[in-house]
Write a protein that binds this ligand. Structure first.
Ligand code: T4K
Length: 386
């Protein structure tokens, strides 16, 4: 495990992720189609095709494409009539609680599970009040929330159950796609995601009527030329984005296979380091291959997560501390009683430890080995090497 010779830094910056891209010619084929039809947006044929093919690929019951994940989440709040308070996690991207706030809902933050880093059902139940209308869980890094326990709580208190599945497009639990749990799941197809449309997202639901309402809300509530049924919004995906999605869809299986090879390297090389905890492998769960996160316990590793991040930057490796700081540390949420750090001990501890390593097919196995060499090197003499 010890390495004394300084590894060579990468020539180019290595980021936490890079988007899969088709050849320009492939995308141009689609653009030609769009140029011919002049249908740029508003339910064009490519959006329809992507909705159909992607929906089938991820086995979504009903899927509606959106222009980004945040807009999709806002629409989910509206479609389900959420109001008052919604219980959610502080360990997520800002979009999660912001979607609630923009919907005039107060996010109530619950602590997370120490292993899955997803919302803790026991904490959730303890926070239900007469104002609570829903639960918004996040399958963070593609690790599934405790879907069974959360469903029981939702039914017990007649709450709506929404999942932010931005990282969990292909996560499966007991051979069922995670996106089909709860009332609605939100997906993000941002450029940083395994499958992307540059900007994009979706809502998935098992309820056909709810899907119809979502589709209406996504297009201003317009039913037809003379009838506007709902106060909707513009959440539509354009044909240019859908075209990119169709290209990306044909690349996703190769990308997943490449990422799994990287995960194997990280697991084999970093698993035995004292103070390093690998992203958990959970029974009956297939992960989404979205992120590869490790946790650094300073007392055993000999250096903090932040010091490791800084050391890696010197080798041009730009790993990321998703999701630190916690949402409860943002000025907008800090003063909420549920944001009190004393109520969120696990989330605060986890946020100090997480580091997302570069994880994308084009990094290559050699790239992953080089990053492991760098971690080994700084581990051997942490103080000198930061
Ligand atoms: N819920 C959760 C749990 C989420 O994680 C997100 C988004 C959402 C909801 C909201 O979904 P959207 O509304 O975004 O669809 C990025 C993404 O912007 C964001 O979509 C994502 N989560 C979040 C985890 O990551 P940043 O600020 O970290 O991105 P950025 O620009 O620093 O990109 C990271 C690295 O990726 C760069 O260093 C290089 C690489 N990159 C990035 C872009 C944008 C590329 O190679 N090409 C690119 O085009 O937020």
């Amino acid at each position: 495990m010890r390495s004394c010779t300084a590894p060579r830094a990468f020539d180019e910056p290595i980021y936490v992720t890079r988007p899969i891209l088709p050849s320009l010619e492939t995308y141009l084929e689609y653009l030609r189609e769009i140029w011919t039809s002049r249908q740029l947006t508003n339910a064009g044929s490519l959006t329809g095709e992507l909705e159909h093919l992607l929906g089938a690929y991820i086995e979504a019951s009903h899927m509606s494409l959106f222009n980004n994940g945040t807009m999709a989440l806002l629409t989910a709040c509206q479609a389900l009539g959420l109001s008052g308070e919604v219980i959610t996690t502080p360990f997520t991207f800002p979009a999660t609680p912001h979607a609630l706030t923009w919907s005039r809902i107060t996010p109530v933050f619950a602590d997370i599970d120490p292993v899955t880093m997803t919302i803790d059902p026991v904490a959730v139940e303890s926070l239900v009040t007469s104002r609570t209308t829903g639960i918004l869980g996040v399958h963070v890094y593609g690790l599934p929330c405790a879907v069974g326990a959360l469903q029981v709580i939702a039914e017990k208190f007649a709450l709506r159950l929404v999942y932010d599945a931005a990282h969990a497009l292909t996560t499966r639990i007991n051979d069922r796609p995670i996106i089909n749990f709860g009332d609605i799941s939100m997906l993000s197809f941002h450029a940083t995601k395994l499958f992307h449309t540059a900007e994009g997202g979706a809502l998935v639901t098992r309820d056909e009527q709810l899907r119809q309402r979502i589709d209406l809300l996504r297009n201003f509530g317009i039913k037809n030329e003379t009838t506007v049924l709902e106060c909707g919004i513009n959440g539509k995906m354009s044909e240019l984005h859908a075209a990119l999605g169709l290209c990306a869809l044909s690349l996703i299986e190769n990308e997943r296979a490449a990422r799994r090879k990287l995960a194997t390297v990280y697991r084999e090389r970093l698993g035995d380091f004292p103070g390093v905890t690998l992203m958990p492998m959970l029974p009956n769960v297939i992960l989404s291959d979205q992120y590869f996160v490790i946790r650094i316990r300073e007392s055993q590793f000999g250096m903090s997560r932040d010091a490791l991040c800084a050391a890696l930057k010197r080798f041009k490796v730009f790993a990321r501390r998703y999701f630190s700081p916690l949402c409860t540390e943002y000025p907008h949420y800090k003063s909420l009683s549920s944001a009190d750090p004393a109520r969120l001990p696990v989330a605060y501890a986890v946020a100090q430890e997480v580091i997302c390593l570069p994880f994308y097919g084009a990094l290559g196995i050699d790239g992953a080995h080089r990053i492991c060499d760098m971690i080994e090197y700084v581990f051997a003499a942490p103080l000198e090497r930061v």
